[in-house]
Design a protein around this ligand. Structure first.
Ligand SMILES: C[S@@+](CC[C@H](N)C(=O)[O-])C[C@H]1O[C@@H](n2cnc3c(N)ncnc32)[C@H](O)[C@@H]1O
Length: 304
Protein backbone atom coordinates (compact mmCIF):
# COMPACT_ATOMS: atom_id res chain seq x y z
CA UNK A 1 0.00 0.00 0.00
CA UNK A 2 2.73 2.41 0.97
CA UNK A 3 5.59 2.18 -1.44
CA UNK A 4 5.71 2.07 -5.19
CA UNK A 5 7.58 -0.49 -7.26
CA UNK A 6 11.10 0.36 -8.39
CA UNK A 7 11.43 2.59 -11.46
CA UNK A 8 12.18 1.04 -14.85
CA UNK A 9 15.81 -0.13 -15.13
CA UNK A 10 16.84 2.45 -17.74
CA UNK A 11 15.66 5.26 -15.44
CA UNK A 12 17.08 3.55 -12.38
CA UNK A 13 20.56 3.35 -13.89
CA UNK A 14 20.84 7.10 -14.47
CA UNK A 15 22.35 8.63 -11.34
CA UNK A 16 21.92 12.39 -10.90
CA UNK A 17 25.11 14.39 -11.40
CA UNK A 18 25.13 15.74 -7.85
CA UNK A 19 23.79 13.88 -4.91
CA UNK A 20 23.17 14.91 -1.36
CA UNK A 21 25.19 11.86 -0.19
CA UNK A 22 27.86 10.17 -2.37
CA UNK A 23 26.72 6.58 -3.02
CA UNK A 24 29.11 4.36 -4.97
CA UNK A 25 29.13 0.75 -6.17
CA UNK A 26 30.83 -0.45 -3.01
CA UNK A 27 28.14 1.05 -0.73
CA UNK A 28 25.51 -0.59 -2.92
CA UNK A 29 27.36 -3.94 -2.93
CA UNK A 30 27.71 -4.08 0.87
CA UNK A 31 24.08 -3.15 1.47
CA UNK A 32 22.58 -5.37 -1.23
CA UNK A 33 24.64 -8.41 -0.15
CA UNK A 34 23.59 -8.06 3.46
CA UNK A 35 19.94 -7.48 2.57
CA UNK A 36 20.04 -10.61 0.38
CA UNK A 37 21.60 -12.71 3.14
CA UNK A 38 19.09 -11.47 5.67
CA UNK A 39 15.85 -11.36 3.70
CA UNK A 40 16.40 -13.26 0.44
CA UNK A 41 15.51 -10.08 -1.47
CA UNK A 42 17.66 -9.63 -4.59
CA UNK A 43 18.61 -6.04 -5.33
CA UNK A 44 20.05 -6.00 -8.86
CA UNK A 45 22.17 -3.07 -10.04
CA UNK A 46 19.07 -1.62 -11.72
CA UNK A 47 17.66 -0.91 -8.25
CA UNK A 48 20.63 1.19 -7.17
CA UNK A 49 18.74 4.49 -7.47
CA UNK A 50 15.77 3.12 -5.55
CA UNK A 51 18.11 1.95 -2.77
CA UNK A 52 19.75 5.36 -2.68
CA UNK A 53 16.44 7.24 -2.54
CA UNK A 54 15.00 5.12 0.26
CA UNK A 55 18.14 5.01 2.39
CA UNK A 56 18.92 8.72 1.91
CA UNK A 57 15.70 9.36 3.87
CA UNK A 58 16.99 7.10 6.63
CA UNK A 59 20.36 8.92 6.74
CA UNK A 60 18.55 12.25 7.06
CA UNK A 61 16.35 11.02 9.88
CA UNK A 62 19.36 9.60 11.75
CA UNK A 63 21.43 12.75 11.11
CA UNK A 64 24.17 10.65 9.45
CA UNK A 65 26.29 12.62 6.98
CA UNK A 66 27.49 9.98 4.50
CA UNK A 67 27.01 6.40 3.28
CA UNK A 68 30.52 5.57 4.58
CA UNK A 69 29.29 6.51 8.05
CA UNK A 70 26.00 4.65 7.52
CA UNK A 71 27.77 1.43 6.51
CA UNK A 72 29.91 1.71 9.67
CA UNK A 73 26.79 2.37 11.72
CA UNK A 74 25.17 -0.77 10.28
CA UNK A 75 28.15 -2.82 11.47
CA UNK A 76 28.05 -1.31 14.96
CA UNK A 77 24.26 -1.38 15.40
CA UNK A 78 22.89 -4.69 14.06
CA UNK A 79 19.37 -3.49 14.95
CA UNK A 80 19.73 -0.94 12.15
CA UNK A 81 19.53 -3.79 9.60
CA UNK A 82 15.85 -4.08 10.51
CA UNK A 83 15.23 -0.42 9.55
CA UNK A 84 17.42 -0.76 6.49
CA UNK A 85 15.50 -3.84 5.30
CA UNK A 86 12.15 -2.24 6.16
CA UNK A 87 13.14 0.67 3.91
CA UNK A 88 13.95 -1.66 1.00
CA UNK A 89 10.99 -4.04 0.96
CA UNK A 90 8.25 -3.48 -1.61
CA UNK A 91 4.89 -3.45 0.15
CA UNK A 92 2.37 -2.75 -2.63
CA UNK A 93 -0.93 -4.50 -1.82
CA UNK A 94 -4.69 -3.89 -1.81
CA UNK A 95 -7.99 -5.39 -0.62
CA UNK A 96 -9.29 -8.23 -2.81
CA UNK A 97 -6.16 -8.13 -4.98
CA UNK A 98 -6.59 -10.87 -7.62
CA UNK A 99 -10.23 -11.31 -6.74
CA UNK A 100 -10.52 -14.71 -8.45
CA UNK A 101 -8.41 -16.19 -5.61
CA UNK A 102 -11.10 -15.35 -3.09
CA UNK A 103 -13.86 -17.10 -5.04
CA UNK A 104 -11.74 -20.28 -4.94
CA UNK A 105 -10.94 -19.77 -1.24
CA UNK A 106 -14.66 -19.37 -0.44
CA UNK A 107 -15.55 -22.65 -2.22
CA UNK A 108 -12.67 -24.44 -0.52
CA UNK A 109 -13.76 -23.21 2.93
CA UNK A 110 -17.39 -24.20 2.30
CA UNK A 111 -16.32 -27.73 1.34
CA UNK A 112 -14.21 -27.92 4.50
CA UNK A 113 -17.02 -26.59 6.73
CA UNK A 114 -19.29 -29.41 5.52
CA UNK A 115 -16.75 -32.13 6.30
CA UNK A 116 -14.56 -31.21 9.27
CA UNK A 117 -15.05 -30.19 12.85
CA UNK A 118 -11.82 -28.23 13.27
CA UNK A 119 -11.24 -24.57 12.41
CA UNK A 120 -10.32 -23.65 8.83
CA UNK A 121 -6.79 -22.24 8.95
CA UNK A 122 -5.09 -19.86 6.52
CA UNK A 123 -1.59 -18.35 6.52
CA UNK A 124 -0.84 -15.09 4.72
CA UNK A 125 2.97 -15.16 4.40
CA UNK A 126 4.29 -11.72 3.39
CA UNK A 127 1.08 -9.96 4.44
CA UNK A 128 2.43 -6.39 4.08
CA UNK A 129 0.09 -3.76 5.59
CA UNK A 130 -2.74 -6.24 6.23
CA UNK A 131 -5.09 -5.83 3.27
CA UNK A 132 -4.50 -9.46 2.20
CA UNK A 133 -5.24 -11.17 5.56
CA UNK A 134 -8.23 -8.90 6.24
CA UNK A 135 -9.53 -9.78 2.78
CA UNK A 136 -9.11 -13.49 3.62
CA UNK A 137 -11.03 -12.93 6.86
CA UNK A 138 -13.84 -11.04 5.03
CA UNK A 139 -14.05 -13.83 2.46
CA UNK A 140 -14.27 -16.52 5.17
CA UNK A 141 -16.78 -14.56 7.25
CA UNK A 142 -19.00 -14.35 4.16
CA UNK A 143 -18.44 -17.95 3.05
CA UNK A 144 -18.62 -19.92 6.27
CA UNK A 145 -20.23 -17.40 8.63
CA UNK A 146 -20.11 -18.57 12.20
CA UNK A 147 -17.90 -21.63 11.56
CA UNK A 148 -14.51 -21.33 13.21
CA UNK A 149 -11.58 -20.03 11.18
CA UNK A 150 -8.15 -18.60 11.91
CA UNK A 151 -5.99 -16.31 9.79
CA UNK A 152 -2.29 -16.13 10.63
CA UNK A 153 -0.52 -13.20 8.95
CA UNK A 154 3.22 -12.65 8.95
CA UNK A 155 5.84 -10.41 7.39
CA UNK A 156 9.50 -9.63 7.79
CA UNK A 157 8.96 -5.87 7.86
CA UNK A 158 8.09 -4.63 11.36
CA UNK A 159 6.81 -1.31 10.06
CA UNK A 160 4.14 -2.83 7.81
CA UNK A 161 3.12 -5.18 10.62
CA UNK A 162 2.48 -2.18 12.89
CA UNK A 163 0.21 -0.67 10.21
CA UNK A 164 -1.55 -4.01 9.76
CA UNK A 165 -2.25 -4.35 13.47
CA UNK A 166 -3.62 -0.82 13.60
CA UNK A 167 -6.17 -1.87 10.93
CA UNK A 168 -6.84 1.73 9.82
CA UNK A 169 -6.88 2.42 6.06
CA UNK A 170 -7.49 5.40 3.77
CA UNK A 171 -11.17 5.62 2.79
CA UNK A 172 -10.08 5.68 -0.85
CA UNK A 173 -8.79 2.08 -0.65
CA UNK A 174 -11.85 0.86 1.28
CA UNK A 175 -14.23 2.69 -1.10
CA UNK A 176 -13.31 0.21 -3.85
CA UNK A 177 -15.14 -2.55 -1.95
CA UNK A 178 -18.83 -3.30 -2.46
CA UNK A 179 -20.96 -1.06 -0.18
CA UNK A 180 -22.25 -4.11 1.77
CA UNK A 181 -18.68 -5.12 2.55
CA UNK A 182 -17.73 -1.62 3.63
CA UNK A 183 -20.69 -1.59 5.97
CA UNK A 184 -20.22 -5.10 7.36
CA UNK A 185 -16.48 -4.93 7.97
CA UNK A 186 -15.40 -1.28 8.46
CA UNK A 187 -16.16 1.69 10.66
CA UNK A 188 -15.82 5.12 9.11
CA UNK A 189 -13.50 7.42 11.04
CA UNK A 190 -14.50 10.79 12.42
CA UNK A 191 -12.49 13.60 14.02
CA UNK A 192 -8.81 12.83 13.71
CA UNK A 193 -9.71 9.63 11.82
CA UNK A 194 -11.68 11.57 9.18
CA UNK A 195 -10.88 10.20 5.70
CA UNK A 196 -9.97 6.78 7.10
CA UNK A 197 -11.78 3.58 8.03
CA UNK A 198 -11.04 0.97 10.66
CA UNK A 199 -11.58 -2.78 10.28
CA UNK A 200 -14.35 -3.77 12.72
CA UNK A 201 -13.04 -5.41 15.87
CA UNK A 202 -15.00 -8.67 15.33
CA UNK A 203 -13.15 -9.20 12.05
CA UNK A 204 -9.76 -7.82 13.15
CA UNK A 205 -9.58 -10.18 16.10
CA UNK A 206 -9.76 -13.20 13.79
CA UNK A 207 -6.40 -12.25 12.28
CA UNK A 208 -3.24 -12.93 14.25
CA UNK A 209 -0.14 -11.00 13.16
CA UNK A 210 3.48 -11.97 13.80
CA UNK A 211 6.95 -11.41 12.43
CA UNK A 212 8.34 -14.25 10.34
CA UNK A 213 11.39 -13.94 8.13
CA UNK A 214 10.87 -16.62 5.49
CA UNK A 215 14.66 -17.05 5.34
CA UNK A 216 14.85 -18.25 8.95
CA UNK A 217 15.49 -21.90 9.76
CA UNK A 218 12.40 -22.05 11.94
CA UNK A 219 9.10 -20.34 11.41
CA UNK A 220 6.95 -19.35 14.36
CA UNK A 221 3.83 -20.75 12.69
CA UNK A 222 2.35 -24.19 13.09
CA UNK A 223 0.59 -26.17 10.37
CA UNK A 224 -1.44 -27.72 9.04
CA UNK A 225 -3.02 -24.92 7.02
CA UNK A 226 -5.98 -25.35 4.70
CA UNK A 227 -4.62 -22.55 2.55
CA UNK A 228 -1.36 -20.63 2.30
CA UNK A 229 -1.13 -17.30 0.53
CA UNK A 230 2.39 -16.25 -0.42
CA UNK A 231 1.70 -13.80 -3.19
CA UNK A 232 4.10 -11.31 -4.76
CA UNK A 233 6.82 -12.20 -2.26
CA UNK A 234 8.86 -14.98 -3.89
CA UNK A 235 9.20 -12.89 -7.02
CA UNK A 236 11.94 -10.96 -5.17
CA UNK A 237 13.88 -14.18 -4.41
CA UNK A 238 16.18 -16.26 -6.59
CA UNK A 239 15.22 -19.73 -7.91
CA UNK A 240 17.04 -21.85 -5.29
CA UNK A 241 15.43 -19.80 -2.49
CA UNK A 242 12.00 -20.17 -4.12
CA UNK A 243 12.48 -23.95 -4.45
CA UNK A 244 13.43 -24.31 -0.77
CA UNK A 245 10.42 -22.27 0.33
CA UNK A 246 7.98 -24.18 -1.85
CA UNK A 247 9.06 -27.45 -0.25
CA UNK A 248 8.60 -25.96 3.23
CA UNK A 249 5.16 -24.54 2.37
CA UNK A 250 4.08 -27.92 0.98
CA UNK A 251 5.01 -29.55 4.29
CA UNK A 252 2.73 -27.15 6.18
CA UNK A 253 -0.37 -27.73 4.06
CA UNK A 254 -3.20 -30.07 5.04
CA UNK A 255 -3.69 -32.89 2.46
CA UNK A 256 -6.34 -30.94 0.51
CA UNK A 257 -4.78 -27.55 1.19
CA UNK A 258 -4.35 -24.87 -1.46
CA UNK A 259 -1.42 -22.60 -2.22
CA UNK A 260 -2.09 -19.16 -3.68
CA UNK A 261 0.76 -17.50 -5.61
CA UNK A 262 1.10 -14.02 -7.13
CA UNK A 263 0.05 -13.30 -10.73
CA UNK A 264 3.67 -13.46 -12.00
CA UNK A 265 4.71 -16.47 -9.94
CA UNK A 266 4.57 -20.13 -10.94
CA UNK A 267 5.11 -23.27 -8.91
CA UNK A 268 5.13 -25.53 -11.94
CA UNK A 269 8.91 -25.87 -11.92
CA UNK A 270 8.17 -27.66 -8.68
CA UNK A 271 5.71 -30.17 -10.10
CA UNK A 272 7.06 -32.56 -7.53
CA UNK A 273 5.01 -30.87 -4.82
CA UNK A 274 2.19 -28.96 -6.51
CA UNK A 275 -0.14 -29.15 -9.47
CA UNK A 276 -2.21 -26.34 -10.92
CA UNK A 277 -5.82 -26.06 -9.73
CA UNK A 278 -6.81 -22.63 -11.06
CA UNK A 279 -5.16 -19.40 -12.17
CA UNK A 280 -2.04 -19.24 -9.89
CA UNK A 281 -3.75 -21.55 -7.37
CA UNK A 282 -2.11 -24.89 -6.59
CA UNK A 283 -2.92 -28.09 -4.73
CA UNK A 284 -0.52 -30.71 -3.42
CA UNK A 285 0.30 -33.25 -6.09
CA UNK A 286 -0.88 -36.78 -5.36
CA UNK A 287 2.61 -38.06 -4.58
CA UNK A 288 3.33 -35.20 -2.18
CA UNK A 289 0.21 -35.27 0.02
CA UNK A 290 0.89 -37.26 3.14
CA UNK A 291 4.57 -37.88 2.34
CA UNK A 292 5.97 -34.54 3.47
CA UNK A 293 6.95 -34.31 7.07
CA UNK A 294 6.06 -31.08 8.90
CA UNK A 295 9.63 -31.14 10.23
CA UNK A 296 10.66 -30.11 6.72
CA UNK A 297 9.41 -26.71 7.75
CA UNK A 298 12.54 -26.48 9.87
CA UNK A 299 16.20 -26.77 9.08
CA UNK A 300 16.05 -25.90 5.38
CA UNK A 301 16.33 -22.13 5.53
CA UNK A 302 19.32 -19.99 6.23
CA UNK A 303 20.32 -19.46 9.85
CA UNK A 304 18.53 -16.53 11.48
C1 LIG B 1 4.57 -6.83 -2.52
S1 LIG B 1 4.23 -7.28 -0.85
C2 LIG B 1 2.97 -8.50 -1.08
C3 LIG B 1 1.79 -8.29 -0.16
C4 LIG B 1 0.63 -9.25 -0.37
N1 LIG B 1 1.05 -10.62 -0.21
C5 LIG B 1 -0.01 -9.05 -1.71
O1 LIG B 1 0.22 -9.81 -2.65
O2 LIG B 1 -0.74 -8.06 -1.87
C6 LIG B 1 5.66 -8.28 -0.43
C7 LIG B 1 5.85 -8.46 1.07
O3 LIG B 1 6.80 -9.51 1.30
C8 LIG B 1 7.55 -9.16 2.45
N2 LIG B 1 8.82 -9.91 2.46
C9 LIG B 1 9.91 -9.74 1.69
N3 LIG B 1 10.89 -10.58 2.06
C10 LIG B 1 10.40 -11.33 3.07
C11 LIG B 1 10.95 -12.35 3.89
N4 LIG B 1 12.20 -12.80 3.73
N5 LIG B 1 10.18 -12.88 4.85
C12 LIG B 1 8.91 -12.44 5.03
N6 LIG B 1 8.34 -11.46 4.32
C13 LIG B 1 9.08 -10.90 3.34
C14 LIG B 1 7.75 -7.66 2.32
O4 LIG B 1 8.08 -7.06 3.54
C15 LIG B 1 6.41 -7.22 1.76
O5 LIG B 1 5.54 -6.76 2.76
Amino acid sequence: MTREAAPAPELAAAAPATREFPFDREHFRIISERVYNFSGIRLPEAKREMVYARLARRLRSLGIASFDAYVRYLELEPAEWEHCTNALTTNVTSFFREEHHFRILAQHAQAHARGEGRAFRVWSAGCSTGEEPYTIAMCLAEAIGAAPFEVVATDLDTQVLATAREAVYPLASVAKLAPERQKAFFLRGTGRFEGRARVRRELAQRVEFGRVNLMDREWAVKGPFDAIFCRNVMIYFDKPTQARLIERFAALLAPHGLFFAGHAESLLDNGRYFRLKGQTVYELSKGAAGTLSPTLSQGRGRPS
